[in-house]
Each structure stands twice: as structure tokens, then as C-alpha cells.
Design a protein around this ligand. Structure first.
Ligand code: ZN
Length: 204
């Protein structure tokens, strides 16, 4: 990258640190920024600064939020007896988009993975068990925990681990039903999905 002026190289290097951005994408982004009017770039810088300053993790559910407790945890209309465990804040958004779920959440900020060196102690579980008690949950006892981790090896391992943790407490532990993605063809479905779909088949 000796061809570019130093500030440009620096910007490209910073972009390359972002997830799924390689050399070519980083270059494209850098040149896009160079062509962008200064006022627009200022807006981007301000937006970056603002998320870093204002967004924290909810002390109850670990969701990213600008108020603590977050909007879900502090909403009295949410069903406090139901808890949905997700890997990432954007998974929470995916569940929320269905508009059918009215319970609370718990965000793990990761999943178990020996390859990535993610161990149980790296999951945000410290504040999970305490919040299952009525005294820490607006006087409501949690009845059911839904394990909504990803339907892949890491998500499955994470769900199994948490399930073993929660089952002895006598509450209902459920896992999202897995099956064919809507709009897909059978021939393109991998064997894990096919296996789950067969196991979770229902009466017609
Ligand atoms: Zn929260």
C-alpha cells in the first residue's frame, strides 16, 4: 500500500479492522469517504462518538441501551415470568420484530466456541441466576426460559450448557423450534436443519 498517501493508508487500515472488511472493501470505503462532503463525514464521526459515549449495557439483561435499566426491563407491561435468552443484541431485535413476544430478555454477548476460545465464563451469565428470583424480578417468579441461541453448533452447545444450568431450578426451559427456512428448497437445506425439521414435525 505504498501508493497511497499516509492518511489514506491509515484509514484503509482502520476499516480493515472491522468485521468482514478485507483489503478491497476497506479501499472502497476509504475512497468513498474521500469523495464525501466534509459535513457528511462530520455526521458519521459524531454518530460514532455518540454511540461510544451514550450506549451502555443494561445492568439487568445486558442489552445495549441509552437508559439503565433498558426499555424492555423497565416496561411494566412486559411479562416478567418469561425470559428469552439470545446471543447478541441484534438477535433480540429479531425476536422483537415478530411483535408476538411480550416477555423479557437476557443477552449473552456471545456463544460457546472452543475454536474462538469462548468459554462458559465468557458468556454474560453472572446476572442470569439472580434475576430468576422473584425479589429481583418485580416480585414475579420466572416460569419459562426460552433458549433462542443460533441454530448452529455453537448456539446448540450454548443452549445445552444453559439448559443444564437451569433445569435443576425446576423452571420450564424451551428451545426455539428449528426447521426449514421459509422460501427455501429442500435440496439446499443442510443436514442439521433437515434433522431438526424432521424431529420438530407437527400434526397437519
Ligand atoms: Zn434490560
Amino acid at each position: 500500500m505504498l501508493d497511497y498517501a499516509e492518511p489514506v493508508t491509515k484509514l484503509i487500515d482502520e476499516f480493515k479492522r472491522l468485521p468482514s472488511i478485507g483489503q478491497r472493501s476497506a479501499q472502497r470505503l476509504a475512497f468513498h469517504i474521500l469523495r464525501t462532503p466534509a459535513a457528511e463525514v462530520e455526521r458519521l464521526i459524531e454518530a460514532l462518538r455518540e454511540v461510544k459515549q451514550r450506549i451502555t449495557e443494561c445492568s439487568i439483561c445486558n442489552n445495549l441501551t441509552d437508559v439503565n435499566p433498558c426499555r424492555y426491563c423497565s416496561q411494566p407491561s412486559r411479562d416478567h415470568s418469561l425470559l428469552c435468552i439470545v446471543e447478541q443484541p441484534y438477535d433480540l431485535v429479531a425476536v422483537e420484530k415478530t411483535r408476538n413476544y411480550k416477555g423479557l430478555y437476557h443477552v449473552l454477548h456471545g456463544s460457546l466456541s472452543p475454536i474462538r476460545g469462548m468459554r462458559p465464563s465468557d458468556l454474560r451469565l453472572d446476572n442470569l441466576l439472580p434475576r430468576l428470583k422473584p425479589e429481583n424480578n418485580e416480585g414475579v417468579e420466572v416460569q419459562e426460559v426460552i433458549l433462542a441461541t443460533n441454530p448452529n453448533t455453537e448456539g446448540e452447545a450454548t443452549a445445552n450448557y444453559i439448559s443444564r444450568l437451569l433445569k435443576p431450578l425446576g423452571l420450564r426451559v424451551t428451545r426455539l423450534a428449528m426447521g426449514m427456512p421459509v422460501g427455501s428448497d429442500l435440496e439446499y437445506v443442510d443436514e442439521v436443519t433437515m434433522d431438526k425439521a424432521l424431529t420438530n414435525r407437527h400434526e397437519m
